[in-house]
Design a binder for this molecule. Structure first.
Ligand code: ADP
Ligand code: MG
Length: 657
């Protein structure tokens, strides 16, 4: 049917598109697409022996079949075997299925039995009509992760084909397998796709079976190989040596109304040393909100400028970018350095003017949003690229930035603590400076979990804090709903709080406001003309207002003061962690465990999970993979290449973003 296939193409619903959604392109991809669980179709269970809640297979005969109309249209088929009887219930069915279920038909069914209103029943069993003698499979049936419109049968067929024609030769030499006590790759893979029936399902599904260990090791090895290669490639690339600044940084330090904290000094020294190297810095500056990352960034920019290069700072939202812009302009313009501003909301002509100046090298320092990495923007001599809250940018944007700053030093800043295991493995090629100290007079943000039922108490606490001269943020992000809904929630919260707190001024910022409107609200908050600021994302709250001592996050993922029920399982687990742990690192670590590192670092957008089988928490295995990767790249690069090819195919670039 040409019509429907055209429609399918349009919506990207072809088989290839569905497979691509699962990251399945090459034969190796199929081979490495491993089962989530298994079903045992190797035996027939007598109906009398069926256990409620346990999936099993039965051979039965149809007694009768009828369509019932109450409470809704459904097909009810009664079946029996020598030991008992059972009801099959189909809420959706095709005429062809109804026909197959005629009286006397012999069926092989698979499903989970439970006690229904009319006795034992199975809802929507998988079934097919069997001939006289139908042999049972001699392997457990794999159940694969899949996506809408892609059936298990299709996946199984494609994977079986790939298993047959793919070279499964081992990328680990026998001695190494011996030392690490890992099985052969081919044996492990076959075992996982088509396990023999004597293998207990639970053993396989627990994922600590040697076959899984082998897969996990291989996956970590691929990751380590790719990271080390990226590291080597980066070291090989040249970057301008930015000589230590003797004038501008001193002038800035002298003009500041405060002294750097020890942590800031240390981070600044680490960065200054990197900038003097002839290859690109790749450093993460990590510190809580309020720890003073901006001034460290400013010092780095000054070193670049004094050495005759340009420096750029990019932030994920207009509000954050604007905050940086204001602060940096206030610090640097008195030193005679104009600071340029570039965002999508500028008028076309203003934008073109900034881009022209950046291209001509007339502008040394530019601050902005992702407008900075648009194609049109070309830097005359970019020496340093700084990205705030880097993980908030999408993969494509990070790749674009990487390209623009290929030969520049790079500094990422983040308030999200990155767990050690993640830093050491995922970011194998990233150096980290930590601001583990807040400037004097700043108190750490405390977090507390409160149920929606106690909203009144939270409002009272906000009231009290604001009456005492403080200010509060009230963030209402929605986890997985539309932007429109999110806005509605924020507006409702704003209205409700305004009513609840008649003697305070409540403000609202959200993504749909024009930037002038946002700026006006922020300015009012900074001046304490507004005491309670309702916002739609936590990120907007990165905005620095020292007087704001309280943050309420509704439905949030972390740092929650107020939450509403019911919660999804994941959200509940996260809340529990926040509740039980006051340590930001601990929260991030647990978060990582729950969500997987792919999501943590924003790779979810790429549609490709970074680690599917291995666990970054498995430090021993990560360490082994690191050591093997290093040795393999040195001693047997061809083997390393084959291993990478198997695991990453052509995707290496994307995974590194
Ligand atoms: P963040 O790490 O969240 O980006 P900022 O750089 O915005 O933090 O700094 C928070 C506030 O603390 C700013 O007002 C900044 O000027 C101020 N600040 C930074 N360093 C110090 C310091 N050493 N002593 C006192 N105040 C500081
Ligand atoms: Mg900041």
């Amino acid at each position: 049917m040409p019509c429907s296939s055209l429609a399918e193409k349009k919506t990207g619903n072809t088989l290839a598109a569905r497979l691509a959604r699962l990251g399945l392109r090459t034969d190796a991809d199929f081979v490495l697409h491993l089962p989530l669980r298994y079903e045992d179709e190797t035996r027939i269970t007598a109906l009398a022996d069926a256990q409620p809640g346990v999936a099993a297979q039965f051979d039965v005969e149809v007694l009768d079949s009828e369509i019932a109309y109450r409470p809704r249209r459904q097909l009810l088929t009664r079946v029996r075997d020598d030991s008992g009887a059972l009801l099959l219930r189909f809420l959706n069915f095709y005429p062809s299925q109804q026909k197959a279920l005629q009286v006397g038909a012999r069926l092989r069914i698979f499903g989970e039995l439970h006690e229904g209103y009319l006795g034992p029943e199975i809802i929507h069993p998988r079934f097919h009509v069997v001939g006289v003698e139908e042999p049972l499979p001699d392997r457990l049936t794999p159940v694969y992760p899949t996506t809408a419109g892609l059936g298990q049968a299709t996946l199984r067929r494609l994977i079986a084909r790939a298993l047959q024609r793919t070279d499964l030769s081992d990328t680990l030499p026998p001695e190494l397998r011996e030392t690490l006590q890992l099985p052969e790759f081919s044996a492990a893979i076959h075992r996982l796709h088509t396990p023999p029936p004597d293998m207990a399902q639970a053993v396989l599904e627990a994922r600590d079976h040697p076959a899984w260990r082998r897969v996990q090791f291989d996956e970590l090895l691929a990751q380590q190989l790719s990271l080390r290669r990226a590291y080597t490639a980066r070291r090989a690339r040249g970057a301008p040596r930015l000589k230590a600044s003797t004038k501008l940084t001193k002038a800035l330090l002298a003009s500041l109304p405060f002294r750097l904290t020890k942590a800031q000094q240390r981070a600044w020294q680490e960065i200054a040393a990197d900038l003097g190297q002839p290859h690109p810095m790749q450093r993460l500056l990590q510190g809580d909100v309020g720890s003073g990352k901006t001034v460290v960034a400013a010092l780095a920019m000054l070193q670049a400028v004094e050495a005759g290069h340009q420096a750029a700072l990019m932030a994920p939202t207009e509000i954050l970018a604007e905050q940086h812009y204001r602060k940096l302009a206030a610090w640097l313009e008195p030193l005679g350095l104009p600071v340029a501003w570039l965002t999508g909301s500028l008028k076309k002509r203003e934008k073109e003017a900034v881009i022209a100046k950046v291209g001509a090298g007339e502008t040394a320092i530019v601050i902005g949003t992702h407008a900075l990495i648009e194609d049109k923007v070309e830097f005359a001599r970019l020496g340093l690229a700084i990205v705030d809250e880097q993980h908030r940018f999408g993969v494509r944007q990070r790749l674009a930035l990487k390209e623009k700053g290929l030969f520049a030093h790079q500094l990422a800043m983040s308030a999200t603590p990155i767990p050690r295991t993640l830093a050491m493995s995922y970011y194998a090629d990233l150096d980290v400076s930590v601001l583990d100290e807040l400037p004097p007079g700043r108190s750490p943000v405390t977090t507390k979990l409160v149920a929606e039922a106690r909203r009144d108490q939270v409002v009272a606490r906000v009231h009290e804090a604001c009456r005492a001269g403080g200010q509060a943020y009230w963030v209402c992000p929605l986890i997985e709903e539309s932007e429109t809904l999110q806005l509605k929630t924020a507006e409702e919260t704003y209205a409700r709080l305004s009513a609840d707190l008649p003697d305070l001024r409540v403000g609202l910022v959200h993504g749909r406001l024009k930037s002038a409107e946002k700026a006006a609200v922020m300015a009012a908050f900074v001046k304490n003309e507004i005491q309670v600021l309702v916002a739609t994302t936590v990120i907007e709250v990165g905005v620095d207002v020292p007087n704001a001592s309280l943050m309420v996050i509704e439905h949030a993922e972390r740092c929650i003061l107020l939450y509403a029920q019911p919660l999804g399982e994941l959200a509940r687990a996260r809340l529990k962690i926040v509740f039980e742990s006051s340590d930001g690192f601990e929260i991030a670590r647990e978060d990582l465990r729950l969500r997987g590192p792919g999501e943590f670092i924003g790779a979810r957008q790429s549609g490709l999970p970074l680690l599917r089988y291995a666990d970054l928490e498995d430090e021993a295995l990560v360490e082994q993979a690191r050591a093997v990767a290093e040795a393999m790249l040195r001693d047997d690069p061809q083997r390393a290449e084959a291993h990478l090819q198997r695991w990453l195919g052509g995707r290496e670039e994307l995974l590194k973003a």
